[in-house]
Design a protein around this ligand. Structure first.
Ligand code: ZN
Length: 233
């Protein structure tokens, strides 16, 4: 008897599909999509979702139990995007920059920009200090909901069990009038979760205009925003 984890095919299909979508949209932070990066992303997701074992049959595809579980499908997609982001932000000297990225950077006009850091935070329950799962966090500025770098950074975003209540945003760069121009940006982040009182807080980021738009993630350019502590409503 052969026992087989059906999640392997499902996760592999989803990760490959998301890589394909990111490539089609020319997501600038996708610096590499070689087979080894894809396999790293697949293992990242497989290590975080429960296995689903079946006795293998010829030509077996994943069962309707996987396909009918919309929560599981949503978690796999969210984890896949997270995995691809993390793997693309790790320095891999043996990987050549993709021709895509080189093309993008030469196109990138020499115009000064305000480049935002990746904003990270977490949501906790105020009485248990456990992470709050499935909270919805919205990042706003005076102009409304803040636009992100691309579709893989949703706004509002959610917290997942697998990521222990953490969330992140990467706001889109904004043109500056000149290099070294200093500007203060005020944001409001709001967290909502079922059964909890909505919490929001404001914070400021002061940025200096940089010579060009930043198109890749740099791990040193992250900023922790205040944690959300939520209480039952
Ligand atoms: Zn690679």
């Amino acid at each position: 008897m052969n026992v087989h984890n059906q999640m392997e095919e499902y996760v592999s299909d989803r990760v490959r599909d998301i890589y394909r979508q990111l490539k089609e949209k020319e997501s600038p932070w996708l610096t590499c999509s070689c087979e080894s990066c894809i396999l790293d992303s697949i293992s990242y997701v497989l290590n975080r979702v429960a296995p689903h074992y079946v006795v293998s049959g010829r030509g077996a595809v994943y069962s309707s139990q996987v396909l009918n579980n919309s929560q599981l499908r949503a978690d796999v997609d969210a984890l896949a995007v997270e995995a691809i982001r993390i793997i693309n932000s790790v320095q891999r000297p043996y990987h050549k920059l993709s021709s895509n990225l080189i093309a993008m950077s030469s196109q990138n006009e020499q115009q000064p920009f305000f480049n935002f850091p990746v904003l990270n935070g977490s949501v906790y329950d105020g009485s248990t200090f456990e992470p709050v799962i499935d909270a919805e966090i919205t990042l706003k500025s005076k102009n409304g909901v803040v636009i992100m770098q691309d579709f893989s950074w949703p706004n509002p975003c959610r917290t997942y069990k697998s990521t222990k209540g953490s969330f992140s945003f990467w706001p889109e760069s904004i043109p500056a009038s000149k290099e070294n121009e200093i500007r203060k940006f005020t944001f409001t982040a709001e967290a909502k979760a079922s059964g909890y009182q909505t919490v929001s807080h404001a914070f400021e980021i002061v940025l200096s205009g940089e010579p060009k738009k930043r198109i890749y993630i740099n791990n040193s350019l992250t900023m922790k925003i205040p944690d959300f502590i939520m209480f039952n409503s």
